[in-house]
Design a protein around this ligand. Structure first.
Ligand code: FE2
Length: 235
């Protein structure tokens, strides 16, 4: 075999391997595009039953309300998809479903954040933790933060008190979310979430929201809250 012929064969083999490599890449990317989008599923928070401050009746009622938000989120997604496929995306019916969506979706997500930051055996926030120090930096002291958070949770109306972190400024803020969808702070991370809809406390505390807040604030799983904060600090 002549040297030039041999070199030609090596070049062809190299190009063939390179093309196979490209095809493999295309296949991988194709698989990613075909990845299934999952429906939402209600998570199980029954481990909270027995926690001080909330009865089993109140918790089970709350879990079933949460299940409703998950169901409605899936239902709205399906209904909007069907309407869009039927060419009805410019109808008032479609617009109303779109408006409704953030209520159901955030209702689902905020409940998950709330249940996840509760604990049967609460964990305390260490004064040496980065979150504790960040609370001091934003509010002056942990007690000042807590006072402000409780005041936020006592705002008249139905909604949520949320401790948010804004990584762009290194700032922690207590915010009020009206219902589930009005008042969310864009690009901020919800660290601690407290449900103050009447359904959250009326079974155990009737209209005494202050006692409900006091009891639930003693059941915070700060390890979860810290995990949400870790790695999110401003550069
Ligand atoms: Fe709730």
């Amino acid at each position: 075999m002549r040297a030039s012929h041999f070199k030609g064969m090596i070049l062809i083999s190299f190009l063939t391997l390179a093309l196979i490599g490209c095809d493999k890449g295309k296949g991988k990317s194709g698989e990613q595009k075909m990845q299934q989008v999952k429906s939402y599923e209600a998570k199980d928070y029954s481990h909270l039953i027995g926690m001080p401050g909330l009865t089993e009746t109140a918790l089970r009622l709350h879990f079933s309300l949460y299940q409703g938000y998950v169901n409605n989120t899936n239902k709205l997604l399906e209904e909007m998809k069907t309407l869009a496929e039927q060419g009805m995306a410019n109808t008032p019916q479609y617009a109303e479903l779109k408006r409704r969506f953030s209520f159901e979706f955030n209702g689902m997500k905020l409940h998950e954040l709330f249940f996840e930051n509760l604990g049967v055996t609460p964990s305390a926030l260490s004064p040496n933790s980065s979150l504790y120090k960040a609370l001091e930096a934003s509010f002056g002291s942990f007690d000042s933060w807590q006072k402000d958070f409780i005041a936020t949770a006592q705002i008249r109306g139905i909604g949520w008190a949320v401790l948010f972190y804004d990584p762009s400024a290194g700032r922690l803020m207590n915010a009020w979310i009206n219902e589930h969808h009005v008042g969310l702070l864009s690009q901020c991370i919800p660290l601690l979430v407290l449900d103050v809809f009447e359904h959250a406390f009326i079974v155990d505390y009737q209209l005494d929201r202050a006692s409900y807040i006091k009891a639930v604030m003693q059941q915070i799983n700060w390890k979860v809250v810290e995990t949400r904060f870790e790695g999110k600090q401003a550069m």
